[in-house]
Write a protein that binds this ligand. Structure first.
Ligand code: PEP
Ligand code: CO
Length: 452
């Protein structure tokens, strides 16, 4: 591992979770085209995010990361993108208002198209085909034609990411994100949402409006320009290495290579092997990066992983996203925190309360119980506090669409409700109310820990 790093040095290592392309020449042609296309994000934006994450490591900001488990090419549509952004803006408003901390908004968006799977193949009624690995690899339809991995999809993935990102940039810079008009963030179906959570949110918006008016009166009629726009960053699991390395470019400032396909790439739980290609790829890029940490990681392994990915112990570089599950968080998290503290490694701790809590219903639907999700988050806050550390963010699978994929929450969704609007192709997401409820939960915890 001491050999020189290049954007393609990962090819010398075993790469888990890659598709079996039938024809490698076709892959090379797609990669060559990708290499000539312009970057989607810049090294300045990436460095800005790294500085913000360093602030979160010092306890000055909260990291909110959320979006679909898997974006789809078909989901690249006005309302679906806008409603994810609306929901994340609403959630961040709830959190900022209570915690008085800055917020770092990161979407699982504009590139979250590749998925790790537990098996290479899927069998239905005796027919076996390659498994679905995300729209950037193959199609979801269970036919031979759609399931064969197609390298041309890399270019479509780039195009869809660019279209999504362009729309997000326009919305976050312009009038849409203006804090004086939070009514812009109402979801299309929001008037039908009558529950307690939606009411709490509307009350909060009212108090916010009053507070803004008060402040602007004090400032003698001027408005605070900072409140007219928001920073919004993109992230995805950097799983499909030919795509990621094709978008990895030297900075024009001559300070190393950046993955310019996203601001914040992360390594998944299934590809974080120390001897594997993903860790090799990630160690050389300058982006702030995340690593998912499951219940099987020992404290010693965790330190080795940290040292491989952040040997200089640089601030803002490394975010550990623990996804231990309600069942394991109490047993596993304290040892991890203790090891990191003892060795004085700089990391941002983020809780993903989704991926350790996936269960199957009797009908074979993948779901998550909202109570497990909330419990893991609450326990994580308490464990960090007890260990003299602090939780700095949450990583959630959510959607602004009106789905029924996770059970529980204020509307009390049951297993039979799952049938009415179950749309995800991979993991179950929180819907609008469940996500807002999580935001209030986070806000409550951050308020408790706020100095008086
Ligand atoms: C995911 O974030 O969708 C995912 C697959 O997570 P993990 O790597 O934690 O299993
Ligand atoms: Co997922």
């Amino acid at each position: 591992m001491t050999a020189a790093w290049t954007p393609e040095s990962w090819k010398q290592f075993p790469a888990a979770q890659q598709p079996n392309y039938p024809e490698m020449g076709e892959l090379d042609r797609s990669v060559d085209q990708l290499r000539r296309l312009p970057p989607l994000v810049t090294s300045w934006e990436i460095d800005h995010l790294k500085d913000s994450i360093a602030a979160a490591q010092r306890g000055e900001a909260w990291f909110l990361q959320g979006g679909d488990c898997a974006e789809t090419f078909d989901g690249c549509q006005t309302e679906s993108i806008a409603s994810k952004l609306k929901l994340l803006l609403q959630m961040s408003l709830v959190i900022v208002f209570a915690s008085r901390k800055r917020i770092i908004r990161v979407g699982r968006i504009a590139g979250q198209y590749a998925k790790p799977r537990s098996s290479d193949v899927e069998t239905i009624h005796g027919v076996t085909l390659p498994c679905y690995r995300g729209d950037i690899v193959n199609g979801f339809d269970f036919t031979q034609e759609s399931r064969i991995p197609d390298p041309k999809r890399l270019l479509r993935g780039y195009d869809r990411s660019a279209a999504t990102l362009n729309f997000i940039r326009a919305l976050s810079e312009g009038g849409f994100a203006d804090l004086h008009h939070p009514e812009n963030w109402n979801l299309l179906f929001v008037n039908e949402v009558k529950g307690e959570v939606a009411k709490r949110y509307r009350d909060l918006v009212r108090s916010l409006g009053d507070a803004l008016k008060f402040m602007e009166t004090i400032l003698e009629g001027s408005t605070v320009n900072e409140l007219r726009r928001v920073d919004f960053f993109t992230s995805h699991e950097a799983l499909l290495l030919p795509y990621e390395s094709a978008l990895t470019r030297p900075s024009i400032r001559g300070i190393g290579h950046y993955n310019m396909g996203t601001h914040f790439p992360w390594i998944g739980e299934r590809t974080r092997s120390l001897s594997g290609a993903h860790v090799e790829y990630f160690r050389g890029i300058r982006n702030p990066i995340g690593v998912k940490i499951g219940a099987k990681v020992s404290p010693d392994e965790l330190i080795e992983l940290i040292d491989r990915l952040n040997p200089e112990n640089e601030a803002g570089r490394l975010t550990l996203i623990h996804r231990l599950g309600r069942q394991h968080v109490e047993a596993r998290l304290p040892g991890m925190i203790e090891a990191v503290r003892r060795k004085e490694r700089r990391v941002l701790w983020v809780c993903d309360p989704m991926h350790g809590n996936t269960v199957s219903t009797a009908h074979g639907r993948k779901t998550r119980r909202f109570d497990d999700v909330v419990d893991e988050l609450r326990l994580s806050f308490a464990i960090h506090h007890a260990c003299g550390s602090h939780l700095g963010g949450a990583h959630l699978e959510l959607t602004g669409d009106n789905v029924t994929e996770c059970v529980g929450g204020s509307r009390g969704l049951t297993e039979s409700d799952l049938e009415s609007a179950y749309q995800t192709q991979v993991d179950p997401r929180l819907n609008y109310e469940q996500a807002l409820e999580m935001a209030f939960e986070i806000a409550g915890k951050l308020t408790e820990s706020r100095a008086p």
